[in-house]
Ligand binder design. Structure first.
Ligand code: G4P
Length: 517
């Protein structure tokens, strides 16, 4: 296959949702379609105690969650599908956000009984900032949920995205009759037991339920008149989300969702580098590291760097250059990720994710390139942390290891570090509680240091565009700190203190890192 065909067959995406919306159930169905697994319950055996290959750390096993985002690849019809898993537990981490930089589209699962939930909002915001196309699957149609029109207005009001329903529920919960496939002009009759029957819209009369169909027709004519038009370009631009209703558990509407999604989802797109936009079909191989996973095997202390291929063809054994250091490296030990196993990867193209053995030479954000002219990707922003803790070493004799550990873990991107100007205190910032636990675990395991945290709680960080002139403006509610690049930031206690401060100090410019990335 030509490079162009390889690239255009790639569909690399992540599934985002609030915990319990049905991400695992959906992932399993997709893996079943792709013949990656043979039965449900393989990805995450919450109750059976079975764990997927990605669950490698003690901490993961204890809690039954996936600390690391794994990658699942499989061929499906004419596509080469790469699903990047994002930790769905409340304790997600910066890795979750970083993973979103490595995908070309996102599937957002919403629980029809709950609507748009907090974690979805956070993840959505990151996708929106990056202009990633978002496809919405409204799940659990087999349960009595919110009205479909209400769910659409939630998408618009809470998330601020326009929507186009590709299908429309006819009944719900116990009274679920099926979905009106607006896009293919068909009715999909729900038969239960993972079975469905398609029929022309003129045939639905034989099912009875005239009044139900009448009200669906009313909804649809309202959508036709007042709703958005379908526009594939706006979908790709991330401005319009196609919405599908269905049930992951009942396997209803999932396959048609997946088929339509793959057709409209974005193939690998050009990526931003210092040298300009690099197209995915550019001859030379290039990619960037979006995640480093340490201690895959605690006995060996090895690390795996996750690389998103952005252009060219990767071949095992090829020599590449690390742009940051100018060092040349032969890529022999590489892996591709499947749900149940890791396989050696021989070749890969834009959109693929490969795991590279890391003898401690890579950093998150590093670009690897082939050829004489190295480039540097600018795909990984610093994500603003939301929760903060002060940290200190328990045993003062271990001060040196403590500093070394912090330095390395911060550099690796496990957690963010801040300092107050006059004190020697370390403040750690994270986007999820789990990062603190992983930090504590690794400080002990890898550096032999016991640490002690003091809560600072949730804070809203804002960066200052210029060093502050008057330190007296800041206090414990608006804590002045410096990040590891010596940039000044203020950690506000809550929205109120942030607003109060901005109102009083109009001459001080504050930026939200996420918006300025
Ligand atoms: P998550 O990965 O997003 O956290 O969600 P997960 O798929 O684990 O689903 C959360 C719960 O919702 C599970 O039930 C799952 O069976 C259920 N679920 C998923 N999709 C549907 C659906 O379409 N309809 C209905 N009615 N339920 C659905 P659980 O009892 O918490 O766990 P389990 O014992 O079934 O694994």
């Amino acid at each position: 296959m030509s490079l162009n065909n390889e690239v255009s067959s790639r569909r690399t995406f992540a599934i985002i949702s609030h915990p319990d919306a049905g991400k695992t159930t959906m992932t399993e169905k997709l893996l079943l379609f792709g013949n990656v697994i043979r039965e449900a319950g393989t990805v995450k055996g919450k109750k059976t105690g079975k764990f997927a290959a990605s669950d490698w750390m003690e901490i993961e096993k204890k809690r039954g969650i996936s600390v690391t985002s794994s990658v699942m690849s499989f061929p499906y019809h004419d596509f080469h599908v790469n699903i990047l898993d994002t930790p769905g537990h409340e304790d997600f981490s910066e890795d979750t956000y970083r993973t979103l930089t490595a995908v070309d589209s996102v599937v957002m699962i919403i629980d029809s009984t709950k609507g748009v939930e907090p974690q979805t909002i956070k993840l959505f915001k990151v996708c929106r900032m990056r202009g990633i196309p978002i496809f919405t699957f409204i799940n659990k149609l087999d349960r009595d949920g919110k009205e479909p029109l209400e769910l659409l207005s939630e998408l618009e009001e809470v998330l601020g995205i326009e929507s186009y329903p590709m299908n429309w529920p006819v009944g719900m919960g116990k009274g679920l009759l099926g979905i009106w496939d607006r896009y293919n002009s068909e009715f999909v009759h729900f038969l239960g037991d993972e079975k469905e029957e398609r029929m022309g819209l003129d045939e639905v009369g034989r099912l009875g339920n005239d009044s139900l169909f009448d009200s669906v027709r009313d909804d649809l004519s309202l959508l036709d008149e007042a709703g958005n038009q379908f526009d594939a370009e706006r979908v790709i631009a991330g401005e319009l989300t196609p919405v599908f209703f269905g049930s992951a558990l009942a396997n209803f509407g999932v396959r048609s969702f997946f088929d339509t999604f793959l057709n409209f989802a974005s193939p690998p797109r050009p990526r931003k580098a210092d040298e300009g936009l690099i197209p995915p079909n550019e001859e030379n191989f290039s990619g960037y590291i979006f995640k480093i996973q340490a201690n895959m095997n605690p006995a060996h202390r090895d690390r795996i760097a996750f690389l998103r291929v952005c252009s060219g063809k990767f071949q095992r054994g090829m020599s590449v250059q690390v742009s940051r250091t100018g060092k040349s490296i032969k890529l022999n030990q590489t892996q591709q990720f499947m749900a149940a196993s890791r396989e050696t990867v021989e070749e890969a193209y834009a959109g693929d994710i490969i795991g590279i053995y890391d003898p401690n030479i890579y950093q998150i954000g590093d670009t690897l390139t082939e050829g004489k002219d190295p480039i540097t990707y600018r795909e990984l922003p610093q994500f603003p942390p939301e929760i903060f803790r002060k940290v200190r070493v328990k045993n003062a004799m271990k001060g040196k290891q403590f500093k070394k550990g912090i330095e390395q873990l911060v550099q690796e991107g496990a957690i963010q570090l801040f300092k107050q100007e006059l004190t020697d205190e370390y403040i750690l910032g994270a986007v999820g509680q789990l990062q603190f636990e992983v930090f504590e675990y690794r400080m002990k395991g890898e550096y032999g240091v016991d640490i002690e945290f003091t809560q600072l709680g949730d804070r809203i960080p804002r960066w200052l565009t210029a060093p502050p002139k008057d330190r007296r403006l800041f206090d414990s509610r608006s804590l002045l700190v410096q990040d590891r690049h010596d940039r000044f930031a203020v950690l506000f206690e809550n929205d109120f203190t942030l607003r109060y401060f901005t109102d009083k100090n109009k001459d001080i410019e504050l930026v939200d890192l996420l918006e300025s990335n």
